[in-house]
Design a protein around this ligand. Structure first.
Ligand SMILES: Cc1cc2nc3c(=O)[nH]c(=O)nc-3n(C[C@H](O)[C@H](O)[C@H](O)COP(=O)(O)OP(=O)(O)OC[C@H]3O[C@@H](n4cnc5c(N)ncnc54)[C@H](O)[C@@H]3O)c2cc1C
Length: 429
């Protein structure tokens, strides 16, 4: 891997996401050799993936080169590598570019979509956990309308213009809202020869309210916002099967759709060698103690989505969100430094800064520690917070300019089929 020997202990971090980067920043210039490994050479700002899928933002405005993050971190090395396994007996990380010994290992591999074992849904639906997946979805949405324009078959046209988003969490809500805005503001102009009023956006939620992790008022208001935009909100409905054309549910409702987006579950990305049954909790998360140590190990830690730290307040671990990952990275950084100084460790305490979701222009909901807000004020808070946490000055400027432009012009100009997406199931096949 071409990492020089060092007199300092080596900390290997797997994953340059919110958690991994926050830890690397904390260890900058400290008496450690830090090796950051990621299978991508960029950090992804996942909260804005839905805007890439819906043509509101270019993908490069929500990605940031990891090497640039660590430009002035003299003790930190980045390697573009996929970690394949960990050997905790020999303290080795095995990757597709070689193996590396560690003194401390930090697993920050994040999470992936959970299809709960349903192979048909996994094969035929779209997910939105990465930039390539978001670009696939963007292409598919646009290709559907191009194809709808050409077909004389009414059933086929209906399926092409019918969108089903499964999962009423923030991702589902934000995507449904954005699609509804496209339907209203863009499709009639782009496709004057297609009756785009027939396009349907369906948000399907298994429980009795959308945004179940937020307050009742936020759920209620978000539902009202979605309905005002023309989204069909289906509650207490669970999609059981999807063959690429027809989605069946636990009720009599059946959706005929060429696009089903699965946003109904996530599971941790576990790594071989640390995937023994006794180490894992629900959703494949690694069980860690209050100092981020993986159960049974002294020098192996986990943080962010992949880690489950159970406490009285969070019996199922912290929410799989950016803030817990960032705060855990900072705390682990402090603790590694304290370990090297023979000082006692600081137990992790999560400071919940609140949660938010946006539905569309002037429409968002925010549950903050001191107050709750719904509507235009919440929308401004949402924009400010997302700009603040985006990595990179250029990205912030580009995103801000795009948002201002889109707001004034009611437009989303990144509706481009740069890389056509071929669904395995073809509507005409
Ligand atoms: C669509 C979407 C919207 C979201 N919206 C919000 C929101 O509004 N607010 C919020 O707080 N949170 C949101 N989240 C959740 C948030 O993005 C995650 O909780 C956060 O990214 C977790 O950080 P992490 O460091 O644990 O993992 P990640 O940020 O996912 O980083 C994991 C990194 O590990 C790398 N990796 C994985 N496996 C390997 C391997 N084997 N070898 C090498 N590298 C590997 C990946 O490439 C990735 O870079 C959203 C997530 C999604 C998908």
């Amino acid at each position: 891997m071409n990492i020089p020997q060092s007199s300092f202990p080596r900390v290997v971090i797997i994953g340059g996401g919110f958690g991994g980067i926050s830890l690397a920043k904390k260890l900058r210039n400290k008496e450690f050799q830090v090796v950051l490994l990621d299978k991508h050479n960029y950090h992804t700002f996942q909260p804005l993936l839905y805007q890439v899928s819906t043509g509101g933002l270019e993908p490069d405005s929500i990605a940031y080169p990891i090497r640039k993050v660590i430009h002035d971190f003299p003790n930190t090395y980045f390697r573009l590598a996929e970690v394949l396994a960990i050997d905790t007996d020999t303290n080795m990380v095995k990757t597709n570019i070689g193996a590396l010994k560690f003194d401390y290992l930090v697993v920050a591999t994040g999470s992936t979509t959970n299809f709960f074992g349903n192979k048909a849904i996994e094969a035929n639906s779209m997910s939105m956990k990465s930039i390539p997946e978001s670009l696939n979805l963007r292409s598919l949405i646009l290709e559907n309308f191009e194809q709808a324009l050409l077909t004389d078959d009414l059933h086929e046209r209906e399926a092409l213009m019918n969108f089903v988003i499964v999962g009423g969490g923030p991702t589902g809500v934000e995507l449904a809202g954005a699609l509804a805005e496209i339907k209203k503001g863009i499709l009639p102009k782009d496709y004057p020869d297609l009756d785009t009023r027939r396009a349907q956006i369906n948000l399907v939620q298994g429980g009795d309210r959308i945004l179940p992790a937020m307050s009742e008022i936020a759920s209620k208001k978000a539902e009202q916002f979605l309905e005002s935009l023309g989204v069909n909100v289906w509650k207490n409905v669970r999609v059981n099967d999807y063959d690429g054309m027809v989605a069946t549910t636990n009720t009599d409702t059946v959706f005929r759709t060429a696009t089903l987006v699965w946003a109904a579950g996530v599971q941790a990305v576990s790594v071989n060698g640390l995937d023994a049954k006794e180490l894992l909790c629900r959703g494949n998360r690694l069980k860690v103690d209050e100092f981020h140590k993986v159960a049974g190990f002294e020098h192996v830690f986990a943080l962010g989505d992949v880690a489950q730290m159970e406490s009285e307040l969070y019996p199922h671990g912290h929410p799989m969100m950016a803030q817990p990952a960032i705060q855990q990275g900072e705390n682990l950084g402090k603790n590694l430094i304290r370990m090297s100084e023979d000082k006692s460790l600081i137990p992790f305490k999560y400071y919940d800064k609140g949660s938010m979701a946006t539905v569309g222009r002037n429409k968002a909901v925010a549950d903050l520690p001191k107050f709750k807000s719904q509507g235009i004020f919440a929308w401004f808070i949402w924009m400010f917070v997302h700009l603040y946490f985006l990595i990179g000055f250029r990205n912030r400027v580009v995103v801000f300019i795009n948002w201002v432009y889109n707001y004034i012009k009611f437009d989303r100009e990144a509706r481009l089929i740069i890389r056509p997406f071929k669904k395995k199931y073809q509507v005409n096949s």
